[in-house]
Design a binder for this molecule. Sequence first.
Ligand SMILES: [Zn+2]
Ligand SMILES: [Zn+2]
Length: 206
Amino acid sequence: MNTLLFNLKDATQESGCPVCSLQQKFENQYLETLFYEYVNDREIRDKLRNGGCFCPQHIRMIFEKRSSVLGISILFADLLNHYFTSKSDRQKNRCPVCEGWKEKEAFIRQGLHKHWRKMKSSWGERAFLCEKHLRNIPQDETIRQEMEEISEKSLKNISQDLSSLIRKFDYQAPKKSISKEEGTSWQEVLEFFAGSRLRKKSKSYP
Ligand SMILES: [Zn+2]
Ligand SMILES: [Zn+2]
């Protein structure tokens, strides 16, 4: 197993969708490296100019992360200059982060199938494949069913915590009586439907 597969196995033991979790890690790492180390790299700049910039989702991520405002400013000044000079031949939809992730996702899909038995045996009680990845990841019918079943089991655990959280709100129970699992349950459900990691860094409620 290589590092990516080790990370995948780890992620199947945590709560949430392991593929979304790895995607978030990949995107964070990609943008961090890009803005700190590759802002002046000619090849990267050409790729961005020719590909028509980042997609809206990743521009939002760049805005929220703002790992290096100087790096962002330099790169986007270059993209704006390019926009002024080549409006007509602008290509779109070739975001480098999306393209990089597509390759990784294909590798993860293979890894998840190849090592499914092992991953399944240590699957976390709150780990699930989100709606999007339940559709995209399984190739084999038996594995697809097993992935669905194991995800549903975890989602039922999360659903119980969510009901308990709602009850505590209704009874205006003290905040400290809300467990960590109950506190994060609403975010996990959002992740399931969103097909992306939405966890805040703070582990406690709210
Ligand atoms: Zn997912
Ligand atoms: Zn993108």
